[in-house]
Design a protein around this ligand. Structure first.
Ligand code: B12
Length: 135
């Protein structure tokens, strides 16, 4: 009984070596911090994330490897991680400021993702723009 249930699973593993044992690819991206609101020149960082990984993971990896990039986030009960501050500058309701998430694709188009840093899955060679701005 045991053998008959395990056999099909074992056969499947043998038939799908490329799918199940493929090494995780590394996806290169750039992160640009823009803060013209406070007159701070833009800073560009290179980092990478695992294939189909979320932006939050890439930002954490960048922060761990580069002392010039720091960020904090809060947890929204409905939408997940909210980017609160970058390099010591936090958005606030009084001034109606926030860190906007923009993405420049390799073909030069700039999009405004309709999800936050916890859900956005960057593609290779995208430029992730964290822009301090007003709403
Ligand atoms: C107003 C608003 C904002 C304002 C909030 C200002 C404020 N303090 O009031 C600002 C302009 C800051 C904003 C920003 C963003 N927003 Co917005 N926002 C809304 C909106 C229109 C209303 C929210 C609201 O006031 N609800 C009523 C109050 C009483 O409820 P609340 O739970 O307290 O609301 C809070 C949360 O909604 C939170 N919030 C707002 N946006 C976002 C986005 C994310 C990812 C998170 C975690 C939290 C969050 O801020 C509100 C005030 O504290 C909703 C759409 C909707 N109609 O609900 C979109 C919405 C929530 N936002 C959305 C998005 C995508 C963003 C951005 C990621 C856009 C971008 N590409 O930059 C950014 C967040 C970037 C970051 N720093 O992490 C999406 C979230 C979808 C998702 N599943 O992730 C929504 C649903 C719009 C949509 N349909 O695309 N947003």
């Amino acid at each position: 009984m045991m053998v008959s249930t395990l056999l099909p699973a074992a056969l499947l593993l043998l038939l799908l070596p490329g799918t199940l044992t493929e090494e995780t690819k590394s996806v290169p991206i750039e992160v640009v911090v823009e803060n013209s609101l406070l007159g701070i020149p833009p800073a560009t960082f290179s980092t990478q994330l695992v294939d189909r990984g979320i932006l939050l993971g890439a930002l954490k990896r960048l922060m761990a490897s580069n002392a010039n990039f720091k960020f904090t986030y809060t947890e929204d009960p409905n939408y997940g991680p909210y980017l609160e501050s970058v390099n010591g500058v936090a958005g606030n309701d009084k001034d109606r400021t926030y860190w906007e998430l923009l993405v420049e694709t390799p073909d030069g188009k700039t999009i405004r993702p309709d999800v936050g840093i916890g859900c956005y899955i960057p593609s290779a060679n995208e430029k992730i723009i964290l822009k301090f701005t007003k709403w």
